[in-house]
Design a protein around this ligand. Structure first.
Ligand code: G3P
Ligand code: CA
Length: 270
């Protein structure tokens, strides 16, 4: 693994824009990613992946389109053309009238390919294989798209332009078997991190660069323990200033946040 964190001792913490700047704009739309990338200059755009009926990878958190579009049903039952007819922004205006903006209405569900086309290979992507058991071939398709955009070049991987994260260890193993140079992050559900034995952590560390725990699980003690195995630690999803400061004081390497502007201000304080 070409770890982008290998010589990162004095590096400031990494700002991962969770579903884009999703505290301000509809998650996983260009509106949300534009805000985090161009305006707030977060380090990473976080992209959750689902797969359409015709095998296209799209940026969406849920397995169904119900919560974040005006449609209903499973992503896997939509072709990309069908999915593109949905409005992925109006729900946000309705749910958060104080944050509503006219340009959010009519936002589309982006494909991973479109996301990389838009932000280019100088941007950094923190990509999650969601529900990989529902989507056979998801990992191959992901690497195919990354390869098309030359994001699997050693120089790009070394600088951490792509990190692949999953709750599914099997999915991470699949990616690793396809390409051993890609940096991987194991996400852990609430309550799991302290159940991992030293042996399990050593096994994970043999192919995984980092751990993404639920931030509520972290303490000074278990953060130190994870660091002692050499993991980079990126807890999710940290949205208050107090939690950001507390986790930084434990020694985390960055956080997933819906408010990248807030975390960026904190990590850049002298
Ligand atoms: O990927 C980190 C964090 O986003 C995991 O939770 O449900 O928001 O994808 P979720
Ligand atoms: Ca995620």
């Amino acid at each position: 693994v070409l770890s982008p964190y290998a010589d990162a001792k004095n590096k400031v913490q990494t700002v991962v824009a969770h579903r884009g700047a999703s505290g301000y704009a509809p998650e996983h739309t260009f509106a949300s990613y534009d805000l985090s990338h161009y305006k707030m200059k977060a380090d990473y755009i976080e992209v959750d992946l689902q797969m359409t009926k015709d095998g296209q990878l799209v940026a969406m958190h849920d397995e169904t389109v119900d919560r974040t579009t005006n449609g209903t049903g499973l992503v896997k039952d939509f072709t990309l053309a069908e999915l593109k007819k949905l409005d992925a922004g109006s729900w946000f205006n309705e749910k958060y009238p104080a944050l509503a903006r006219p340009e959010y209405a009519g936002q589309k569900v982006p494909t991973l390919d479109e996301v990389i086309n838009r932000y280019g290979t100088k941007a950094k992507y923190y990509i999650e294989t969601k529900s990989p058991e529902v989507y056979p071939g998801m990992e191959q398709q992901l690497l195919k798209v990354l390869n098309k955009h030359k994001l699997l070049k050693k120089s790009r991987l070394k600088k951490g332009h792509v990190l692949i994260q999953s709750f599914s260890t099997e999915s991470l193993i699949k990616v690793h078997q396809l390409n051993t140079a890609v940096s991987l992050v194991q996400l852990t559900d609430r309550g799991v991190v302290d159940t991992l034995t030293d042996q399990q952590l050593r096994d994970l560390k043999s192919f995984v660069m980092g751990i993404g725990p639920n931030y509520k699980d972290l303490t000074v003690k278990n953060t130190k323990r994870l660091k002692s195995f050499g993991f980079v630690i990126h807890p999710y999803t940290v949205n208050t200033e107090a939690d950001m400061r507390r986790l930084n004081s434990y020694g985390v390497d960055g956080v997933f946040t819906n408010y990248p502007d807030l975390y960026k201000r904190i990590v850049n304080e002298k």
